[in-house]
Design a protein around this ligand. Structure first.
Ligand SMILES: NC(=O)c1ccc[n+]([C@@H]2O[C@H](COP(=O)([O-])OP(=O)(O)OC[C@H]3O[C@@H](n4cnc5c(N)ncnc54)[C@H](OP(=O)(O)O)[C@@H]3O)[C@@H](O)[C@H]2O)c1
Length: 233
């Protein structure tokens, strides 16, 4: 039996990923920073609710204890939780409106979150014979402009955080030879993150995460992929 944990899975791409992994027979820990929203989502899917705020060391440590005490082990960690600051009109913020405080807040969730959660769950992942870590990146983090030109989207905070997450993926892949570590670009998907401006369905947005989760540690490590194949760094 394969066990997966998805952070930020009470809605959006994470919720759909959890739905499909439950359907594929995984034991799924559905991560949510809000206990009630997490319980409701887990109940709907037949997953196990796990309270986890990826910006909070104590919350992450408590989540590790919960999984350890349940005895499910952990094979696949999907670092899905992410935030994207937007303007009052719902559009991206102008580049020169970037602030150090906002960059710090975005990094805390989108970069330090995956690092913190991966490090905390490593002892459990090391107990798996098919361990994988999947980091939800974005084509907007591609220096080469995966899925479009890097100049097309003005904001600084979110793309810079995803570029950093890509490098974190490469560094973790090199440091963890027994564990496959992948960065995934889900594509522009209709969720609360972009005020539902996305053009893909949730099923399409979850496709790459689900494929990588089902692959376990089979295949190349340290890659950046979408549902269509490799994404340029
Ligand atoms: N949608 C797209 O077009 C798109 C494109 C490229 C990449 N992505 C990436 O895909 C991932 C999922 O995005 P989405 O579109 O599904 O967004 P979403 O619908 O806004 O969902 C984001 C999830 O992350 C959770 N979250 C935020 N901060 C958290 C924290 N500190 N601790 C734990 N959970 C936290 C949210 O919880 P709450 O409900 O409590 O806020 C929510 O469950 C993100 O990493 C995003 O950057 C999305």
């Amino acid at each position: 039996m394969t066990t997966s944990l998805i952070t930020g899975a009470n809605k959006g791409i994470g919720f759909e990923t959890a739905r499909q992994l439950v359907a594929a027979g995984h034991t799924v820990w559905l991560g949510s920073r809000d206990p009630e929203r997490g319980r409701a989502a887990a109940r709907e899917l037949g997953a196990r609710a796990l309270v986890i705020d990826v910006t909070d060391d104590a919350s992450v440590a408590a989540a590790v204890r919960t999984v350890e005490e349940a005895g499910t082990g952990l094979d696949v960690l999907v670092n899905n939780a992410g935030i994207e600051p937007r303007g009052e009109d719902g559009g991206p913020l102008p580049a020169l409106d970037a602030t150090a405080d906002r960059l710090r807040t975005v990094f805390e969730t989108n970069v330090l979150g995956p690092l913190r959660v991966t490090q905390a769950f490593l002892p459990l992942l090391r107990g798996s014979d098919s361990a994988a870590v999947i980091n939800l990146s974005s084509g907007l983090g591609s220096l080469a402009g995966g899925g479009g030109s890097p100049y097309g989207y003005p904001s600084i905070e979110y793309p810079v955080s995803k570029t950093a997450l890509n490098m974190l993926t490469v560094k973790l892949a090199a440091a963890l030879p027994g564990i496959r570590v992948t960065a995934v670009d889900p594509g522009f998907t209709k969720t609360d993150l972009n005020r539902h401006a996305g053009t893909q369905t949730l099923e399409e947005g979850a496709a790459a995460s689900v494929r990588e989760a089902l692959a376990g540690n089979e295949g190349e490590t340290g890659t950046f992929v979408s549902a269509a194949g490799p994404v340029p760094w």
